[in-house]
Design a protein around this ligand. Structure first.
Ligand SMILES: O=C(O)CCc1cccc(O)c1
Length: 504
């Protein structure tokens, strides 16, 4: 079977563009089909975590992305009376060798991603084209696409990644249902420039005001975002006026000091698609999961989706892994994303209570359990790792920053990493050692400066990390390490069988 491209990416917002850029780096031929002729001029997402920066680093744009972000400096929650219920430390370089929390203006970030796409001749972004429908068989997906001039054409691809948003036409055509995890609540989102006036302190505040719950977010430059719960009795036409915004922001966004560029009512939703893979079609980003913006994980989760998927597509396309590896996309990513959707829905429920007695109970609980506020990072669901018996398996690995300022991923690239003590590696059977050393998909590091932090984190003498930076497993004996290595597809895959794509 021949096809025009190995991958068709439907929808090229930040998640789709990242998928295309990762495919570009991986040398996989891909087309992006984007309905809009130009990128949206307004922000939707505003927050990346350190893991996302690591994905951008893998694209070679980590520093440039970081330069257009502002680190979060303070994250707190206050109640109706202005009492601070929790304040989380922010602003530090974390385990990913980037700031843990970074705020950005989405149009700037999308421009950077699109610029990156230009560098890859194997990927092509087609804007102003709409996927009308598609069919698939076991070999390929056939897309019927409408061009800007109204003409239709057919594009075939071995796989499709649908990054086509919360309303995902692809998900609908597949008949995939979504699981609802919280209530649907209308909120007013206000974005703009705060030219004069201090705004609220810090970068991120959950305003647990039972009279009108809200969020405060400071963005790079003069940009700010505030979100307010729409209350019973609000007049939808009045609530979006500048004087209403001055009133409900308690004067923070006043008519004279604040210039809005987006005022919209949107619905906080918590949803997870029940199936993320149907044949050769994969759902990613908002097509697969939607969370209220508490914890700012919506886009981060979408970036994780495509970071998880693309290295697997490459391995299967190049014959270094069996096609069954692609089944681990849903099994690993769905529970992980669901965790964040559930946590965000729970936090949204707590923040937006409008009953004073319930709010008082919430405040008392947070005062006595401040450590419960920020959820610990989840592990991947079952898949290509040694969990659940190995507590490190399926967890995000750390990224050491070396003494000369090099980030370790820049040495590892998009490969498996075996970080180990020299002694443990020497204990492997010789034929296994030679095989691992000869495999171009695996980097072996034994230099103590490079591996110390990784080994300390897993409290072991060896750790295997996947190309998406998740831990495959840790080992303390040569026998266990040899077992772990058998899980690396490139060491066990059958010989390649893929048909060569015909690049249009
Ligand atoms: O309101 C938004 O869109 C994001 C809010 C946000 C950003 C970063 C961290 C966080 O907890 C919430």
């Amino acid at each position: 079977m021949s096809y025009d491209y190995e991958v068709a990416v439907i929808g090229c917002g930040p998640v789709g563009a990242t998928a295309l850029a990762l495919l570009g780096r991986a040398g996989i031929s891909a087309i992006g089909i984007e309905r809009e002729a130009a990128t949206w001029p307004h922000a939707r997402a505003v927050h990346f975590d350190g893991e996302t920066l690591r994905t951008l680093q893998a694209l070679g744009i980590g520093e440039r992305a970081s330069a257009i972000c502002e680190p979060m400096t303070e994250f707190r929650m206050e109640n109706e009376e202005g009492e601070i219920l929790f304040e989380l430390p922010t602003g530090q370089f974390g385990t990913q060798a980037w700031h843990d929390d970074l705020m950005f203006h989405q149009p700037d970030m999308e421009a950077l991603l699109r610029e990156e796409l230009e560098r890859h001749p194997n990927v092509r972004l087609c804007s102003g084209r709409t996927l009308l429908d598609f069919t698939q068989d076991s070999d390929a997906v056939r897309c019927r696409v409408e061009n800007a001039d109204g003409a239709t054409e057919f594009i075939t691809a071995r796989w499709m990644i649908a990054c086509d948003g919360a309303n995902s036409p692809v998900r609908r055509q597949l008949g995939v249902e979504t699981e609802k995890l919280g209530s649907d609540d209308p909120w007013l989102v206000v974005d703009g420039l705060l030219h004069r006036g201090p705004g609220l302190p810090g970068t991120m505040a959950f305003l647990g005001h039972h009279s009108r719950p809200g969020l405060w977010v400071r963005l790079p430059g003069d940009r700010v975002r505030m979100e307010f719960k729409v209350m019973p009795g609000d007049d939808p036409a009045e609530i979006v006026t500048r004087s209403a915004i001055e009133r409900i922001s308690r004067g923070v966004l006043s008519v004279t000091n604040f210039e809005p560029d987006r005022i919209a009512i949107y619905t906080f939703r918590a949803r997870v698609a029940e199936q993320w893979r149907v044949g050769n079609v994969f759902l990613a980003g908002d097509a697969a999961h939607q969370a209220p913006p508490l914890f700012g994980q919506g886009l981060c989760a979408g970036m994780r989706d495509v970071a998880n998927l693309v290295w697997k597509l490459k391995a299967v396309a190049r014959g270094t892994a069996a096609p069954a590896l692609l089944d681990t996309y849903q099994s690993e990513r769905l529970p992980h994303a669901r965790y964040w959707v559930e946590k965000a829905a729970t936090m949204a429920h707590l923040v937006q209570t409008t009953d004073p007695a319930t709010a008082a109970g919430r405040d008392a609980h947070i005062r006595s359990h401040p450590q419960d506020v920020y959820p610990p990072l989840p592990a991947l669901g079952p898949g290509l790792h040694a969990g659940p018996d190995d507590p490190n398996a399926g967890q995000l690995s750390r990224q050491p920053m070396l003494a000369d300022g090099t980030r370790l991923d820049d040495i590892v690239g998009a490969r498996f990493l075996l970080a180990t003590t020299a002694d443990l590696f020497a204990g492997l059977p010789e034929d296994r050692r030679i095989e691992v050393e000869a495999n171009p998909e695996i980097v072996i590091l034994t230099n103590p400066e490079q591996v110390r932090e990784l080994l300390t984190a897993v409290d072991s003498h060896a750790v295997v990390v996947r190309p998406d930076r998740y831990v495959l497993g840790a080992a303390d004996t040569a026998t266990r390490l040899a077992e772990l290595l058998t899980m690396i597809p490139a060491l066990t895959a059958a010989p390649p069988t893929p048909a060569a794509p015909v690049v249009a």
